[in-house]
Design a protein around this ligand. Structure first.
Ligand code: GDP
Length: 296
């Protein structure tokens, strides 16, 4: 069951129970919040994130006079919905784009969907009239570079490859030389990933980031990773520094908690959601629409 379904079910119960109440007592709020917390945990939201969420909703709900035409149940649902939108990021946000010199630096664990998302972004921005260049910067895995080359061909954008063992300074020079002969206003760099976070990878990414000075650093998070998403997001944020998130595999049977946890722990906006394996399967992330699904 997804976060939205389980929260939706619980909220429906709360609505039914509190339908005839005109004021929220502390005991009622507490009982409702137990249900909400359970729904979040079932949806793989990290424990401390769920606890914090519930604390904020409780603070807003206790002693709240019921407004206008709403009954107590509708009031709780409204507060939960508003807080959910807030926790997912409030207003929808997009990466910042200048007229030129945009560099997106893609990071994430292997298998998260980083290379696929790089191809999707290339297609998305190409269709908006951007001149895109992809950089295959996994200096260790030729297969990862080949995968990006194929995506580049499909989208119809060039792919600059780094060589095995190339240093960040060399990559930077190569990129500058390429741009001299073939002008591009958006460069998207697909970096190396590992199955697990390791120190060597983090050092390598930090060095490359330092050399390239990207305008956006985007963490690609697999929605299916559940609890682990918090740890991954926290580590990348502290070691590399992030400006935004892309949550992939939102089409799968993921319970959705990863999105909430990653956003919460980094405080960075979720720019896009991956919704299929296809190059067209990328959508801007709208917190209000996502939260709105809960109430049907
Ligand atoms: P990377 O190692 O992080 O570069 O991961 P890949 O881009 O190679 O993706 C790993 C797998 O996830 C591939 O089979 C992709 O087709 C799949 N994938 C990536 N994004 C999505 C998505 O949004 N939805 C679905 N269903 N599959 C995805």
């Amino acid at each position: 069951m997804t976060m939205f379904e389980s929260l939706g079910n619980k909220l429906q119960d709360i609505l039914d129970k509190l339908r005839h109440e005109s004021k929220l007592t502390e005991a009622q709020v507490k009982a409702a919040m137990r249900e909400i917390r359970m729904a979040l945990l079932e949806a793989d939201v990290n424990f401390s994130v769920a606890k914090d969420f519930v604390a904020r909703v409780t603070e807003k709900a206790v002693g709240q006079e019921v407004m206008g035409s709403l009954n107590a149940g509708q009031m709780v649902v409204k507060i939960v919905n508003d807080e959910l939108i807030e926790t997912l990021g409030g207003q929808a946000k997009q990466p910042t784009l200048k007229n030129e010199g945009n560099i997106f630096f893609m990071v994430g664990l292997q298998g998260a969907g980083k290379t696929t998302s790089t191809g999707k972004l290339a297609q998305y921005y190409k269709s908006k009239g951007r001149r895109v260049l992809l950089v295959a910067a996994d200096t260790q895995r030729p297969a990862a570079r080949d995968q990006l080359k194929i995506l580049g061909q499909q989208v119809g954008v060039p792919v600059l490859e780094v060589a095995n063992g190339e240093t960040p300074a060399e990559t930077k020079r190569k990129l500058e030389a390429h741009l001299q002969s073939d002008y591009r206003d958006l460069i998207i760099v697909d970096t190396a990933g590992r199955l697990q976070i390791d120190e060597a990878l983090m050092d390598q990414l930090a060095d490359l980031k330092g050399a390239l000075s990207p305008t956006e650093t985007l963490l690609v998070v697999d929605a299916m990773t559940g609890q682990e998403a918090l740890n991954v997001a926290e580590t990348f944020e502290s070691r590399i520094g992030l400006s935004g998130l892309i949550i992939t595999k939102m089409d799968g049977d993921a319970r959705g908690g990863a999105a909430l946890s990653a956003r919460f722990v980094t405080g960075k906006p979720i720019y896009f959601a991956g919704v299929s394996e296809k190059l067209s399967g990328l959508e801007p992330f709208y917190p209000d629409r996502v939260a709105g699904r809960i109430l049907g």
